[in-house]
Design a protein around this ligand. Structure first.
Ligand code: MN
Ligand code: MN
Length: 322
């Protein structure tokens, strides 16, 4: 077993943050086949073959790694030091096929299976939201998982373009059909905007999914909403999926399907911190689209939320190891 020290990020006090090859948060890069002692693995999934409107999320992982060199060691709000609690490494990018949706999903599932088989908790960087489907296929093979899902959209649509079933608007409908999600332990937060026909919301509610529209979040506040979400997912395994378009476009304009009236960065930080104590088995942050992010603000915002996710994932890993 390697010592925790070899898994710590390169310090900005030693090598300036703009220097060197950017792995996520300046963690060591370890190919998944060689990752024996890793507990949390950063996985890039550079694909946007599921995007129905404005593409570009295939460029997300690379831009997120670049922006992530700003990440430091300590969460000053919670005192958590994720890289000291759990051995974290950047496992590189999953293979993808930008020309074939189903083949792309199989490649991603195969890569994630290697991650899961090694007992590594995946923190995945999208990619469009369809990446959550192959991740769940690898992660929830043995038993369905609960999910806390931050997004402007439910992604519970059945199909697009006359029956095509694999887009970034359908991953959780497919995951539900495939028995990967325990729908009575799924909570969606931040849903809003105009809709096609409402079938996604009606279907999900009929299955027992708890949908918190952003107006309810604004009325009740993040603490009350998260207390309810924690009670719903309970003690069982929970996956966290964070679509950056859950945030207001004022904070995260660089995404394919922005919706006004969204979650603020402070609310997002508080809600992610409220995941502490849950049995978290993995997380993703998706839909950062660098071509629509000329200032880099969206990636800058996203990497800080990924740091918050790493903090609660590391706490869960540490608790399970005890
Ligand atoms: Mn989404
Ligand atoms: Mn969305």
């Amino acid at each position: 077993m390697s010592s925790i020290r070899s898994f710590l990020p390169v310090s900005g006090m030693e090598l300036p943050r703009f220097a060197g090859i950017p792995t996520f948060a300046r963690l060591p890069w370890i190919p998944v086949e060689e990752a024996r002692d890793v507990q949390i693995g950063i996985v890039g999934i550079p694909m946007d073959v599921g995007t129905t409107n404005r593409p570009g999320a295939r460029h997300g992982p690379r831009q997120l790694r670049d922006a992530s060199t700003q990440i430091r060691l300590i969460n000053q709000a919670t005192g958590v030091r994720p890289f000291h609690l759990a051995r974290c490494a950047d496992l590189g990018d999953s293979p993808v096929n930008p020309a074939d949706v189903r083949d792309c999903l199989e490649r991603i599932e195969g890569f994630l299976r290697k991650v899961v088989e090694r007992g590594i908790v995946p923190m995945s960087l999208g990619g469009d939201h369809l990446v959550s489907l192959p991740i769940l296929r690898a992660l929830a093979r043995e038993r369905p998982v609960g999910m806390i899902h931050f997004d402007a959209h439910t992604d519970f649509y059945d199909s697009y373009f006359g029956g095509f079933r694999y887009t970034h608007g359908t991953p959780f409908r497919r995951a539900a059909e495939e028995g990967l999600l325990d729908l009575r332990r799924v909570v969606q937060i931040g849903i809003r905007g105009s809709a096609y026909d409402g079938e996604d919301v009606a279907w999900a509610r009929a299955q027992g999914v708890r949908i918190v529209f952003v107006e309810e979040l604004a009325d009740r506040g993040p603490e009350a909403v998260m207390a309810e979400a924690r009670a719903i997912v309970g003690d069982g395994p929970v996956y966290v999926s964070f679509d950056i378009d859950g945030l207001d476009p004022a904070f995260a304009p660089g995404t394919g399907t922005p919706e006004i009236g969204g979650i603020t960065t402070r609310e997002a930080q508080r809600m992610i911190r409220a995941l502490d104590g849950l049995d978290l088995v993995g997380a993703d942050l998706v839909e950062v689209s660098p071509p629509f992010d000329p200032s880099g603000l969206t990636a800058w915002t996203a990497v800080n939320l990924i740091f918050e996710l790493l903090c609660v994932l590391a706490r869960a890993v540490e608790r399970r190891a005890r």
